[in-house]
Design a protein around this ligand. Structure first.
Ligand SMILES: Cc1cc2nc3c(=O)[nH]c(=O)nc-3n(C[C@H](O)[C@H](O)[C@H](O)COP(=O)(O)OP(=O)(O)OC[C@H]3O[C@@H](n4cnc5c(N)ncnc54)[C@H](O)[C@@H]3O)c2cc1C
Length: 475
């Protein structure tokens, strides 16, 4: 007979929410007292430490989660250090009878989870692991030959063939606490917020992390943006996308909740499908990560190992990072990223293409910058999408399809509104000038101290050089 007084420990990681959290739900339903734990393991031993913007997000997310647990009569226990060691010691200190958690997907995390599970079971603790941050278990969606899909469309068809994903699980009204003594770190002592300097003002103006804010955003998206999503999602000034990416990344809302909420919306089925397809890309990227655990560093197509990347000029790299390349759409995107920790998807593609193809810098350099600056920096999506733009990934855009950032701007930001928002030096110009300020007589790129730089590369010549480098790699 299990000892019902022995608590259930819920180890939260990428599922920082109380609703649709099967691990929390199981612990509550077990009738045991519950200990809810988050361990910040930023040693790098189990995987890549979070970047600066993600650390900022995590601080506020943990704060919101603790408040939500307190409302339910419990609290969040915080630990800092090796996840496996901290969980082992919490199981020991509390005499726990059950450990529940949700699956993680990088190689280091999977290996650590296996170790924790074995150690817990050896101590007689029952372990229960749930699928909560993805709609499928990577590696489980296979073609007729029992193999993974190499391209997205049939993968998504197979993913959705079985019908709708399971319904979300309700949040518990109360989470009975374990009343023993258990040490918890102070959130402020985890050092997640930037100091000296504190560069997070733009993040704070833009975002409210946490589960409650995630649901407000889902509501706002469904009511105000979804109907125009299919037509306008590529237009950065239209603000038609959901901006749910950081909430999904940290698990403040689950893909199950988003899926069902969107399916219930009163908008045509083809528009809903367009959005759900994007959620499908997230699933696909995790499948890629599962098949290629070194996705962030190793080309899926190994022929790219021989690509003749240009030597990095620090000044040029910094101009890209800070939005001073002289190419307006690229600069607008990089400034949006620096200020808000997020960038519109179309502009992510353009800025990445500019780095990889016009500057001919190794895609991993850009991937690392995004990792550090995005609030939604994600081990699967970021690496997979950088490889997609580079042409080295699965189902990737071919390398020779080089985005022209001026034409992209004219097409997707025809009035230059997005550019005017992020590059105020160009605000007073008409649309044509905003896209090509160097053509404006006595414009912002002229004079002894120009307000805005000339392009740091010649777009046409650098495109030709990239294609030439690609041919060299192929031969
Ligand atoms: C170079 C590059 C790097 C990227 N890095 C990341 C990253 O680190 N984290 C991340 O979540 N997304 C990344 N993306 C994908 C995409 O740009 C963002 O998911 C999207 O812009 C987030 O905005 P949204 O929530 O408004 O998206 P919506 O259009 O509202 O889409 C809804 C959700 O679907 C998922 N999604 C949308 N587009 C994609 C996509 N192309 N690939 C995978 N999932 C997608 C996201 O979870 C997103 O929140 C990257 C794209 C590129 C080109």
């Amino acid at each position: 007979m299990p000892d019902q007084d022995a608590p259930a420990v819920v180890w939260l990681r990428d599922d920082l929410r109380v609703s649709d959290n099967p691990a929390l739900r199981e612990a509550v339903d077990s009738g045991r007292p519950v200990v809810v734990v988050y361990v910040l393991d930023d040693s790098g031993d189990v995987g890549r430490p979070l970047g600066g913007a993600s650390r900022w997000w995590l601080h506020h997310s943990l704060e919101a989660l603790d408040a939500s647990l307190r409302k339910r009569g419990n609290r969040l226990v915080l630990r800092h250090g090796d996840g496996a060691g901290e969980i082992a010691s919490i199981l020991e200190e509390t005499g726990a009878g059950l450990l529940t958690t949700s699956r993680r997907y990088t190689r280091g995390e999977r290996e650590q989870d296996d170790r924790v599970q074995r150690a817990a079971e050896e101590r007689g603790v029952a372990v229960s692991v749930h699928t909560a941050s993805l709609l499928h278990d990577p590696g489980a969606v296979l073609n007729g030959d029992g193999e993974r899909f190499g391209v997205f469309t049939p993968f998504f068809r197979a993913l959705t063939r079985g019908g709708a994903p399971r319904e979300p699980v309700a949040a518990p009204n109360a989470v009975a606490p374990w009343t023993g003594d258990l040490r918890s770190e102070d959130l402020d002592d985890l050092g997640l917020l930037p100091i000296g300097p504190d560069w997070s003002a733009g993040l704070g103006e833009t975002w409210t992390p946490g589960e409650k804010a995630a649901h407000r955003r889902v509501d706002e998206f469904v009511h105000e943006r979804l109907a125009r999503y299919a037509d306008q999602r590529d237009e950065p000034a239209a603000e038609a996308s959901s901006r749910l990416s950081p909430y999904l990344k940290f698990g403040e809302v689950s893909p199950y909740q988003v899926w069902h909420r969107v399916q219930q919306a009163d908008v045509p089925a083809d528009i809903r499908l367009k959005f759900l397809t994007e959620l499908g890309w997230r699933e696909y990227d995790y499948d890629l990560l599962d098949a290629h655990p070194d996705l962030e560093t190793v080309n899926i197509h190994r022929e790219f190992d021989a690509f003749p990347w240009a030597e990095v000029d620090d000044r040029v790299l910094r101009a890209w990072q800070r939005g001073r390349t002289g190419v307006p759409l690229v600069d607008a995107g990089m400034r949006q990223l620096w200020h808000t920790g997020w960038m519109h998807n179309r502009v992510r593609m353009v800025t990445a293409s500019f780095l990889i193809k016009n500057l001919r810098y190794d895609w991993r350099i850009g991937e690392r910058w995004f990792w550090d600056t995005l609030v939604d920096a994600d081990p699967a999506n970021n690496a997979a999408q950088w490889q997609w733009v580079a042409g080295s990934g699965a189902d990737a855009a071919p390398f020779f399809r080089v985005f022209n950032p001026v034409l992209q701007g004219q097409k997707f930001d025809p009035r230059g509104e997005y550019i005017a928002t992020w590059v105020p030096e160009l605000r007073d110009l008409d649309a044509k000038g905003r896209h090509e300020p160097w053509t404006v007589p006595d414009g912002p790129t002229t004079g002894e101290h120009p307000a805005y730089p000339e392009p740091i590369v010649d777009l046409k010549a650098s495109r030709a050089a990239a294609l030439d480098a690609y041919q060299r790699m192929r031969s």
